[in-house]
Design a protein. Structure first.
Length: 435
């Protein structure tokens, strides 16, 4: 099942939306609770009268300290503005002298408007400079608590919002820190350390890319190690195989040097043997040079060719040479009407090496079978031959096979070999190309 991909932007948007919803619900819940508590406690008549009495006392002290008369309306306005959340009404001689809710346009009512029965019962006597008056204070005493509660509720909701967002991104931040630490581990040379890949966002994609790069680099190092090991093994094998003909060559030359001048027949035999060993050394060095030359060459330029045309042309000459040298070659199966991608020059070298090995190691008294097999995807050439019995230790490094395998790999083909019951089998495998 395919994982649903969430980018960091989508994750952050969902996180912020969730935090906003949760903090909003918390805010509304707290507001409902505090409003109920404030209204339930501050809505009683006892609390209202108690608070009004306090403000009446404060106003009385203010009047006494400033020696105010009942008409010092500017001083009254300053006191109301300073105290906030209250309305102040002043009567003297049964008429209105000041009302804090009146605007400048309403001041014409001062000295004319009569005191109401409600004001008569809810006002308190105050001594002014010009005589006694009555003062009524109406306060919005719960408003200050509502404002304070609103501030605390908003602060609490904001804190919850930030906590949700920070907790939400903490996982990504920890993962980013993990990636940073693991990169430092890789920088220290610990290439076997596997990167942690979690999730499907951009951070996981970065970690996956670094992990793929690590694996590719390890594969490259392994390929280099394998090539170096192959080279060391080849040099060891070549040094051993070249030492044998070289020793024989030196012995024959030494015998020829010590042989008396009258013994021409034996001297010629020594020289002939030495010449044969020299040719063997030359073939070994040529094969070694050709093998390592493949490393210096650029990647093969492949072309699409018809199987029947190219394979037939290359094999016909090689089979004719084998038949001239008294080998019995049988062609089995048919070549398909298909196409393959090859480098014709390297393919020719593959068949040259193949036929050279057959001439050296195949038993001429037994059949050499070349079989062609194909299906919808592949085309194969199978070669089988009996191995001749000989005491002569010729090239045993397998350079010819290694060259064939490498050239087939460069053409994206495959080479396989097997030896069983003194019979040698090889397979050359190509993939069909659709045109």
């Amino acid at each position: 099942m395919a994982h649903r991909k969430y980018t960091l932007a989508k994750k952050l948007a969902i996180l912020i939306l969730t935090a906003a919803i949760v903090s909003g619900l918390v805010f509304l819940t707290l507001q409902k609770i505090t409003n109920d508590l404030i209204d339930g406690y501050l809505s009683s008549d006892e609390y209202y009268e108690q608070e009004s009495a306090k403000y009446i006392q404060k106003f009385s002290r203010y009047v006494s300290e400033n020696d105010l008369s009942s008409t010092d309306r500017q001083a009254f306005g300053e006191w109301v503005k300073k105290e906030n959340y209250i309305n102040l009404t002043i009567f003297k001689d049964q008429v209105l002298q000041y009302d804090s809710i009146y605007s400048a346009a309403d001041e014409s009512a001062y000295g004319k408007e009569k005191v109401t029965q409600y004001a008569e019962h809810h006002s308190y006597p105050i001594q002014f400079r010009d005589g006694k008056g009555r003062v009524m204070v109406d306060g919005f005493y719960s408003s200050r608590y509502h404002d304070l509660a609103f501030t605390l509720e908003l602060l609490g909701a904001t804190i919850i919002f930030l906590m949700i967002v920070l907790l939400g991104i903490r996982k990504s931040l920890r993962y980013l820190q993990t990636i940073h630490q693991e990169i430092h581990i890789l920088e220290g040379g610990e290439l076997d350390y596997e990167m942690t890949v979690k999730g499907h966002d951009e951070l996981a994609m970065i970690a996956k890319s670094i992990e793929d790069l690590r694996k590719a680099f390890l594969d490259k190092l392994q390929a280099i190690d394998d090539l170096q090991e192959e080279s060391r093994s080849l040099v060891t094998e070549m040094s051993h195989d070249m030492r044998t003909p070289l020793t024989s060559l030196m012995m024959n030359l030494e015998f020829a040097k010590k042989e008396e001048s009258g013994s021409d027949t034996r001297q010629d035999q020594y020289i002939t043997n030495a010449y044969g060993k020299a040719l063997q050394l030359k073939n070994l060095s040529d094969n070694l040079f050709a093998y390592f030359l493949l490393d210096k060459e650029h990647e093969s330029e492949l072309e699409t060719v018809a199987v029947k045309e190219v394979i037939y042309d290359l094999l016909s000459d090689q089979v004719a040479i084998l038949q001239q040298e008294k080998f019995k070659v049988h062609l089995l199966g048919e070549m398909p009407d298909s196409y393959i991608n090859v480098n014709v020059e390297e393919l020719g070298r593959v068949f040259d090496n193949l036929m050279s090995n057959l001439r050296k190691y195949a038993d001429p008294k037994k059949d050499i079978n070349l079989t062609f097999l194909s299906d919808q995807e592949i085309f194969e050439i199978h070669v089988s031959n009996a191995i001749k019995e000989t005491d002569d230790t010729q090239e045993s490094t397998g350079l010819g096979e290694r060259s064939i395998k490498r050239m087939m790999s460069r053409m994206h083909g495959q080479f396989e070999r097997m030896e069983k019951n003194a019979v040698y089998y090889i397979v050359l495998r190509f993939w069909h190309i659709k045109i």
